[in-house]
Every structure is written in C-alpha cells, then in structure tokens.
Design a binder for this molecule. Structure first.
Ligand code: IPM
Ligand code: MN
Length: 358
C-alpha cells in the first residue's frame, strides 16, 4: 500500500526527532512492502520566520490532502514575546482545529527496562503503569472566548472561557468508552465539579452517556486536584482516564514523568475519520536543539500509532514497539533516560538502532 504522510517538523528538536521517526518508517516500508511518501510543511516558529504566520494555508491544505500527519514540536524562546495569536503554539492549535481532531489519546506507559528512570519509589511502579489519558482537544478554555482590556474600576484585565457543549463531551466520552471496552471496562473522568459549572455538565454528561450506550463500563469521577496527587501516590490504579483539554494537558505531563521521561510518550489526535495527527507529547526543547542528544522514541512511537490507528497496520505497530523494547533491553539510552552503566547514544543513533531491530 501507498501512504501520503505530511511531516510537520516544527522547531527546536522537531527536525531531529522527525528524521528519526522517518528512518524507522522507511525500514517498516522495506520490510512490509509499503510506500510512505513524505511531504514536509512548515508550522510554528519556522513558519513565522518564513511566511509571517505560524500556520500557512499551504500547510493546512497539505495536511488535509494527506493520509495522515506526523508532527515534531513547535515553539522556542525566539518567538516568546509575540502576541497570543501570532505565537508558534497557535499553529499547533490551528491545525488540530482545522483537521477536526477532537480526541487526543496519550498513553503513559512505564517500560519495564526503564523502571529505574521513574522518580517514584520502586514499590509504587513495580507492577507496571499504563495510564491512557483521553484528552478533549478542540474545546474548553483553549478555544473559548478571550477578552482583555480595562474594566469598570480602571484595572487592566484578561479572561479566557472554559465552555463545553453536551455533544463535545459525548463524542470524547465515546472514544474513552471504546478504549475501555478493550481494556479494563472502567473510565475515570477527571473534572472540577465542586467549583466549575462546565465540570458539572461534564460529569452529568459522561455518566448519562455511559449509562445509555456503554452500561458495562464503570465510570468513576476524580477531582483534578486529587488526580494530580493520585498519579504520584498510586499510578498503577489508573487505566483509561477522560478529561478536558486543559486538565489533560497538565495531567499528561505529570503521568509522563512518572513513567520515566517525557521523551518516551507519544500521542494520537483523531476526529471522525482516519486521518490523524501524531506527535510526541513533549515540546521543542530549544535548549538541546541541534545537538543530537534528544530522545526520538516518543516521535517513533507516534509514527507507530499512526500505522495502527490511521492505517490499521497492527503488525507494523507491534514491530516498532518491540524494536523499541529490544533497544532499551540492550541498554541503549539517550541522555534523558541514561543511568550509570547504560550505553549512551544520540538521537540519530537511537533511531538507527531501533530501525535495525525491526
Ligand atoms: C501539548 C502542548 C500544547 C498544548 C502547546 C504547545 C500548545 O503543551 O500538546 O501538550 O498545550 O496542547
Ligand atoms: Mn502539554
């Protein structure tokens, strides 16, 4: 089969980690006889520098014409002083919205050979951790009404609005329930219903929806502040977690660190079709860009998720996951997961080793 893949390298370490993922896809293509055509488009800071905007029309069109999209990361110090709608991050938010990708699945898994890299005590993670965070991606405070100005007392103010509709909550709950059916048949829904009206609607809606369409699934509510604590207290208790855009953003970084390094976590963003956007959950790490020391594994696993979730290539997905496991078992580590006694390698070499293990 032939697949058209749009590659949005972005900023900072984006180009290096994407190159690593493309190397692995190329190897998969050879082994399983697929043709992957890669077309690169600009997004984020590099697009601002080149085209004056973080998300050029050409990029949106290219993504909408592709079979799926792989993204590195956006942002950097250079563009930090730009106003809100001109920042590199606006490019990422814009492409999620333009492609209708409301569902962001972020699996935080502790790899057996990386148990030592978790900052938590061994006894807390010894039985493994795999939290699948299902984050709503095109609603809530990220896309709600924004205002700034001077209020009636003369004070300067700014506000962002958290708004959700029932259909928005139902469609993300559906994704969580479908995942839960294949796993532990339980969904933990995270909100702040003791304070926020939007969370009270969220809570009512997820329960009503599951009762009606997925009666075999248990839905448990956890308040977001408690959730932040539970993730470090007993991460093994969680399986599928569904939450809003902003809570999912925050909790997925926390869950990532629990599993050792944010450099290991991939995510898939999908809407109603099969065309998705796949990216590592970490940022552009401008401080280490261009030094060939970044960890490409999150992006490689993101490419694997693309094969499975957009193209239905489950065997190829497993081949990449096994190759990552094998490489880690071989003692190979990038700087972020390196401990005394391991073999330290750079970004390109790590990708090469994984490709060789396929
Ligand atoms: C993420 C990132 C983005 C987000 C930023 C870069 C806009 O933190 O994908 O988690 O907040 O969604
Ligand atoms: Mn984030």
């Amino acid at each position: 089969m032939k697949y058209e893949i749009a590659v949005l390298d972005g900023d900072g370490i984006g180009p290096e980690i994407c190159a690593g993922a493309l190397r692995v896809l190329e190897k998969i293509g050879q082994k399983y006889q697929h043709i992957f055509n890669f077309t690169h488009f600009d997004i984020g800071g590099c697009a601002i520098d080149k085209w004056g905007e973080p998300l050029p029309r050409k990029t949106v069109d290219g993504c909408l014409k592709s079979d799926s999209v792989l993204l590195g990361a956006v942002g950097g110090y250079k563009w930090d002083s730009l106003s809100g709608d001109k920042r590199p991050e606006k490019g990422l938010l814009g492409i999620r919205k333009a492609m209708g990708l409301y569902s962001n699945v972020r699996p935080a898994k502790l790899w057996k050979s990386l148990a030592e890299a978790s900052p938590l005590k061994r006894e807390l993670v010894k039985d493994g951790v795999e939290i699948i965070i299902v984050r709503e991606l095109t609603g809530g405070i990220y896309f709600g009404k924004r205002e700034s100005g001077v209020d009636e007392t003369g004070a300067e103010f700014a506000s962002d609005t958290e708004k959700y509709t029932v259909p928005e909550i139902e469609r993300i709950m559906k994704i969580a329930c479908e995942l839960a059916l294949k796993r532990g048949k339980k969904v933990v829904s995270v909100d702040k219903a003791n304070v926020l009206e939007s969370s009270r609607l969220w809570r009512r809606t997820v329960h009503a929806y599951a009762q009606k369409y997925y009666p075999e699934i248990t839905v448990e509510d956890v308040l977001v502040d408690n959730m932040a604590m539970q993730i470090v207290k007993n991460p093994a208790q969680f399986d599928v977690v569904v939450t809003s855009n902003i809570f999912g953003d925050i909790l997925s970084d926390e869950a990532a660190q629990v599993t050792g390094s944010i450099g290991m976590l991939a995510s898939s963003s999908l809407g109603d079709g099969t065309r998705g956007l796949y990216e590592p959950i970490h940022g552009s790490a401008p401080d280490i860009a261009g030094k060939d020391i970044a960890n490409p594994i999150a992006t490689i696993l993101a490419a694997a998720m693309m094969l499975r979730d957009s193209f239905g290539l489950t065997e190829e997905y497993a081949a990449i996951e096994n190759a990552v496991q094998k490489t880690l078992d071989g003692g190979w580590r990038t700087a972020d997961i390196f401990k005394e006694g391991d073999k330290k390698v750079g970004c390109a070499k790590m990708a090469e080793l994984i490709a060789e293990n396929i």
